[in-house]
Every structure is written in C-alpha cells, then in structure tokens.
Ligand binder design. Sequence first.
Ligand code: HEC
Length: 176
Amino acid sequence: MSIIKYGLIVFLSWMNPSHAGDALSPMLGNPLSETTIQQRNFTVFQNGQGLPVGQGGVTAGKKIYTSRCLSCHGFEGSGNSAEELAGALHRLTDNPPDKTIGTYWPYATTLFDFIRRAMPMDSPGSLSTQEIYDVTAYLLFLNKIIDHNQTIDNKSLANIKMPNRNGFINHYKNNN
Ligand code: HEC
C-alpha cells in the first residue's frame, strides 16, 4: 500500500465520529445546559420583547446612579472619565456633535438592555432587574425624556419616543 493511500485511511478513520473525544480529536467545547442558555439569552429588542416584568422610578434610580455609576459617568451624567450620558449642551448635528442618551439613542428599551448587559463596567450583571429599571428611569429623567414622578415598566418602555428615533438611516431597507 502506498504512503498516500495509507495516509488517506488514517485520515478517514480520524474523521469517524466514533473517535470523537479520543486523544486525536480537538476536544473543544462543552454543550451548554438549558439553564446557562437561558441566562445568556437575554436580548431586549426595540419593541420591548425580552424585557423582564418590572418597573422603576427616578428617585430610587438616582440612589443607584450615585453609588454605582457616578464615579465614572459624573454628576448627573457628565463630567467624569466615561461616556457622557446626559447634559448635552448642543445637538447631535452640531459640529462637534454632542452625543448623549437624549441626543443619540433611538430606543429606551436598548438602554435597559445595554445597562443589564454591560454596566456598571467594573461589575456587569450585578444589578437586579429592579435596579436596572430604576437607573434607566433616572437616566431618562436626566435627559428630560420623562418627568420626575413618572415610572417606567416593561410595557411602557417601548412606547417612549426618544428624540433621535428618526435620526437613523435604515441602510438595509434602503438598499433592498
Ligand atoms: C468603572 C467605570 C464605569 C462605571 C462604574 C459605569 N460605567 Fe457606564 N460606561 C463606562 C465606559 C468606559 C463606557 C463606554 C464604553 C463603551 O463605549 O464601550 C460606558 C458606557 C455606558 C453607556 C453607553 C453610553 C453611550 O452612549 O455609548 C451607558 C448607558 C452606561 N455606561 C450606563 C452606566 C450605568 C447606568 C452605570 C451604573 C449602573 C454605569 N454605566 C457604570 C464606564 C463605567
């Protein structure tokens, strides 16, 4: 038997699924459990789909913001090292643009999703659902999108009309 044929037989036998998990296979990855998939599959869509049941208010949100966000984002959402969240002095269309939640973000639901997924940056995933609703309400208030006494919940968040809702071009729609 030539070396090429012999090599082919070895290769085909390595491809055989019955060898999965033996010393020759790459042994990469483990199947995820249903619980882990549920924990990681937590996207909130722009229409509110995926929001957990809950509600939040501005006063409680201010407390969360002060203890968990202010050190990076500054008093009332601006002035420290991290991204400016509120307090725009001019518009997104000015030069240079002033990019805050109020001037830029098209959906309030995305704000909830982003905070739950990524903030506080030094400890993402550490806020409860209640705390995320509260701090989202406070940030909407700082951006003059809701009043001080207004609460938000999993039903109302998608109905909030963000100032820059129509400022995005749907590239996919325009090119198909
Ligand atoms: C340790 C510093 C730190 C802390 C604490 C922190 N953030 Fe942030 N945050 C950042 C940085 C840095 C960015 C920019 C990250 C990026 O653009 O990827 C950011 C981005 C954001 C954004 C997106 C801003 C934008 O327009 O792109 C939001 C919203 C936000 N943070 C909310 C919060 C909230 C709410 C808290 C408190 C619960 C918090 N952050 C705590 C550092 C921090």
